[in-house]
Unconditional design. Structure first.
Length: 263
């Protein structure tokens, strides 16, 4: 295992099994297999989260395209009047240009062969953008009507929706770089929502420091995108398959699986 996983990576999972970190004393009965199982659970959890965030990213990309394409033939994003400042708009265009140049999307390659435009229309340009760029575009939109039109689709106010996107960008990057997520405090904690159109669990401010908050955000957004999604079922199966895992260490409240939000 150490030849392929490395001690540096695995030791993050060893410490969770210690009863005294100062003396490196493990809880009685702990085995190496326990640590490796914990590592395996975290890997599976990252895969599940990454897969679900992909669906959310595609939905957000679509909602921005639909909300903003009412004028200018799909080239609204070239107009600095849509954004908070000319400088921020210029930075966004530079990011879009770089991402388009790296893209191997067949439709984009076909467009570039057929037309001389520097950018394809927004519905095609946005297909090449990263989730971070999508978050930046929404964050920098000046028109509150457009911001509300997009966030209302998910039953959220613009400020909460924007903060949740940035949170998911950070979590997605952690997953993509294989960073531990199951019991790690997020680098950018998400805010608790002030209001939601659909059901969201009651939480306290300290709950923001656990992966449970992230999983609730994913579930909430998935419920807006596809009400009959199976995320809760797959999450429960994952936790049930790893009996060693204590959901409380991830911020899960007692009886969470029977609540209306998860059931």
């Amino acid at each position: 295992v150490l030849q392929n996983v490395s001690y540096t990576r695995l030791k993050n999972y060893l410490t969770a099994l210690m009863e005294d970190r100062a003396s490196h004393k493990f809880r009685p009965g702990t085995t190496f297999e326990d640590a490796y199982m914990l590592y395996g659970f975290d890997r599976r959890l990252r895969e599940l989260i990454f897969h679900e965030i992909e669906k959310i990213e595609i939905s957000i990309r679509t909602r921005i395209a639909y909300a903003c394409n009412g004028s200018e033939n799909g080239y609204w994003f070239l107009n600095p009047a849509y954004f908070r400042s000319d400088g921020r708009h210029s930075a966004i265009l530079r990011r879009l240009k770089n991402e388009l140049q790296r893209s191997d999307n067949e439709a984009i390659l076909h467009f570039r062969k057929k037309y001389s435009n520097e950018f394809p229309p927004s519905w095609l340009t946005l297909e090449a953008t990263s989730m971070g760029t999508l978050a930046t575009i929404y964050d920098e939109l000046k028109d509150e009507v457009l911001r509300n039109r997009i966030s209302e689709y998910y039953g959220l106010d613009p400020a909460t929706f924007c903060a949740w996107i940035w949170h998911l960008v950070a979590v997605r990057n952690d997953c993509a770089h294989h960073n531990r997520v199951w019991n790690r405090k997020p680098s950018s904690p998400a805010p608790l929502p002030q209001r939601t159109r659909n059901l969201f669990p009651d939480m306290q401010d300290e709950d923001r420091n656990h992966i449970y908050m992230t999983l609730c955000i994913i579930k909430y957004l998935q419920n807006s995108i596809k009400p009959n999604n199976t995320f809760a079922v797959r999450l429960k199966m994952l936790i049930e398959n790893f009996k060693l895992i204590d959901p409380a260490l991830m911020g899960f409240p007692s009886g969470w699986e029977e609540t209306a939000f998860w059931n």
